[in-house]
Write a protein that binds this ligand. Structure first.
Ligand code: UT7
Length: 338
């Protein structure tokens, strides 16, 4: 006998607080203005700006792989937090565009960063992936399963976007963002409100299954397709309700917020949500999409990190994060800026 009660599993009974301790990002380096893509989709700079708010987007060069961008964003977050890679004991990568199915890119990222054999796994929740990752990391830290968790949202959507598809070619983009989540004296990550609406799973999806591609003798990577308008209406309507529920569960009101950082899907969706929530004037709104495009899982950390760099967000600010995308999956929480 080892002095323990037989048959009783040993757990830390005490939940601790969690917070984001550092933020990081990496923008893909190729700046692609609307003028470069309009001909292939019979569109115009004016239409794209008016309908989406996008002026230009970032696309990755061949050397800017999912792993490379993840490591760069993660190093930025570690520097920001003042934490060494070997102190990281879990790495969560949210992505839908790492085209090697196994092993998880998180394992390669953890290794390249120099963690001490951190737990490492990928999650697939599309544009809502980063907020899912923050919720998981927060619970891992609170329960004592991990101490320092790196959450990375990363995409190379240019690999899976059809440049001739009018509905998607102008929207999607590449980049990475990261947050280091760890223990804290005060709560820094509020309760998550999340869910999915599988009835709408065809709204955004990979065009065909890999087996169908092979059966058809094709050598092409399956592209993403999107029924943009139904997604737009669903997001503007449903996400305002999710935002209200998130504030209620967190125990704060819209006027207590300093920042609103929604998934950078479309500037008009952001505006519609802000109107529906009656956001007061003082709440600063992320508008990173104008020069980055929609980088899916990377969009929220890219936007938040930029707001800090530009002096629009300050340490201690309360930010509402809300994300939605293929699935349709969504997640939202209020966090304190590190
Ligand atoms: O990140 C994951 C979640 N994704 C989203 O949240 C995206 C949500 N959806 C959107 O952002 C918008 O639906 C789009 C920006 C993709 C499209 O804007 P929209 O206002 O919903 O346009 P629409 O699809 O309703 O099309 C309006 C018109 C149509 O012409 P008619 O029928 O009114 O004559 C389209 O044929 O615009 C036409 N159109 C285009 N014209 C120029 C559609 N695509 C284009 C285009 N260029 N690329």
């Amino acid at each position: 006998m080892n002095g323990r009660e037989p048959g009783r599993l040993v757990r830390d009974e005490q939940l601790r607080h969690s917070a984001i301790l550092g933020l990081g990002h990496y923008r893909a380096s190729r700046v692609v203005p609307n003028a470069e893509i309009v001909e292939a989709i019979d569109s115009s700079d004016e239409w794209i700006q008016q309908r989406s708010g996008i002026i230009e987007r970032r696309w990755a060069t061949p050397s800017e792989t999912v792993q490379m961008m993840s490591v760069a964003a993660a190093r930025d977050a570690l520097d920001d937090a003042g934490i060494e890679a070997r102190q990281v004991d879990a790495v969560i990568v949210a992505t839908i565009s790492h085209l090697m199915q196994t092993p998880a890119v998180a394992t390669a990222v953890a290794h390249e960063l120099g963690t001490d054999r951190a737990a490492a796994f990928d999650i697939s929740a599309a544009c809502a992936g980063f907020c899912h990752g923050i919720a998981l990391a927060s619970d891992l830290v609170r329960a004592g399963s991990s101490t320092h968790v790196l959450v990375i949202g990363v995409e190379r959507l240019s690999d899976i976007t059809d440049p001739t598809d009018r509905g998607t070619a102008f929207i999607f983009a590449d980049g990475a963002g990261a947050a280091l989540v760890g223990p804290a004296d005060e709560p820094g990550i509020g309760p998550v409100v999340w869910g999915s609406d599988g009835e709408a799973q065809d709204y955004i999806r990979q065009r065909e299954d890999w087996r169908d591609v092979v059966a058809a003798g094709s050598t092409r990577i399956p592209h993403l397709t999107m029924q943009g308008n139904p997604v737009f209406r669903w997001a503007a309507f449903t996400m305002a309700k999710v935002a209200a529920e998130t504030l209620e569960r967190t125990g704060i009101k819209a006027e207590d917020l300093d920042l609103f950082v929604p998934h950078q899907a479309n500037m008009r969706i952001t505006d519609a949500m802000a109107r529906a929530m009656n956001l007061p004037e003082h709440v600063r709104i992320a508008r990173d999409i104008a020069h980055q495009g929609n980088a899916s899982a990377a969009s929220i950390p890219l936007a938040l990190r930029q707001m800090v760099k530009d002096g629009e967000a300050h340490s201690g600010d309360l930010a509402l994060l809300i994300a939605f995308g293929a699935g349709l999956a969504y997640a939202a929480q209020v966090v304190r800026v590190p």
